[in-house]
Design a protein around this ligand. Structure first.
Ligand code: PMV
Length: 302
């Protein structure tokens, strides 16, 4: 029996970094997905994961399953991806969650969605050491989600399709490194960083309301404010700033980096009729447009 599953990539809409410190964020699942195919073998273990940045996410998932449910080792796993793992769309989380669902089906372990999330988060922490789990939530639940560190709150938001542009900066971000170096800075000035995180929290709470109301102009303003605070955390880059400025100059409502910063993607909320000129302006500053839509469904059988 061959089991096929897939899970969506993600874009962080609001609240990155603050969400590592017991605060909320808003994340959306994107239409580009990671696909996993699993079948039992007569004993040997094979992984063929060409689009996956770090194969340990798959291996660790299998190891934990084996330990927890006393399952066997004979497995053949193949993955494929709709997007490059360079973009920072959460390919590691998506492949982890898609592998969990495939094993869940293969072995009949009947994990609930929350158990899939918890297991995925545990694996992320084991492999990468840091992280809030927001990307695991996006891969598991899909849609647009209000999320607090570690899954303390996972609340689906009723958000319509967003007119969104995603632009890749051409540089792969090293998320664990950026998160760890910010942690050191926070230690040296807790008051300053708590103040910034309080402001980000207010933005996330306001964004939650404006997203539900489809008040895109206001959502854009909140993105700009969020970007300013990310710049004050010194996680943005000149390239990301330039791409955001380019989008704004061509009429975007708002723009910000999405994820850890240091590279990966920026996003912009736009009036749909200006899409072409905004995308062109981002290309003019050497950004690469990635075509995705928000609110993709979470992990599922294919
Ligand atoms: O770099 P990404 O796309 O994995 O996003 C990281 C977001 C952080 O808030 C900085 C870290 C986290 O795990 O929440």
């Amino acid at each position: 029996m061959k089991i096929k599953t897939s899970a969506p990539g993600k874009l962080m809409l609001f609240g990155e970094h603050a969400v590592v410190y017991d605060r909320p964020c808003v994340v959306t699942g994107v239409s580009s997905r990671i696909h996993v195919e699993i079948e039992k073998t007569d004993g040997h273990f094979m992984v063929d994961a060409p689009g996956v940045k770090d194969i340990r996410f798959v291996e660790e998932t299998v190891r934990i399953f084996k330990e927890k449910f006393k399952t066997g080792n004979g497995l053949s796993i193949k993955t494929s991806s709709d997007f490059s793992c360079q973009y920072g769309f959460g390919s590691s989380s998506a492949v982890t969650v898609a592998t969990i669902l495939a094993l869940n089906k293969l072995y009949g372990t009947q994990l609930s969605q929350k158990q899939i999330f918890d297991l995925g988060y545990k694996i992320t922490l084991e492999v990468q050491g840091v992280g809030s789990g927001f990307d695991i939530a996006a891969a598991t639940y899909g849609g647009t989600t209000y999320f607090v560190t570690g899954g303390k709150v996972i609340q689906p938001l009723n958000v319509k399709t967003i007119s969104l542009v995603a632009g890749y900066s051409g540089i792969k971000a090293d998320t664990p490194k950026i998160v760890k170096s910010l942690k050191l800075k926070i230690k040296s000035d807790k008051t300053k960083y708590n103040g910034i995180f309080d402001q980000i929290t207010k933005i996330v709470e306001d964004a939650k309301i404006e997203l539900k109301n489809s008040n895109w102009r206001k959502v854009g303003e909140l993105m700009n404010k969020n970007q300013q605070l990310l710049e004050s955390l010194e996680v943005s880059t000149e390239k990301l700033d330039t791409m955001c400025q380019a989008a704004l100059s061509a009429g975007a409502y708002g723009a910000k980096l999405s994820g850890a910063g240091g590279g990966d993607c920026m996003i912009a909320i736009i009036p749909e009729e200006k899409r072409q000129s905004i995308e062109q302006t981002i290309k003019n500053v050497a950004g690469q447009i990635i075509h995705v839509t928000n609110n993709a469904p979470g992990v599922c059988l294919e």
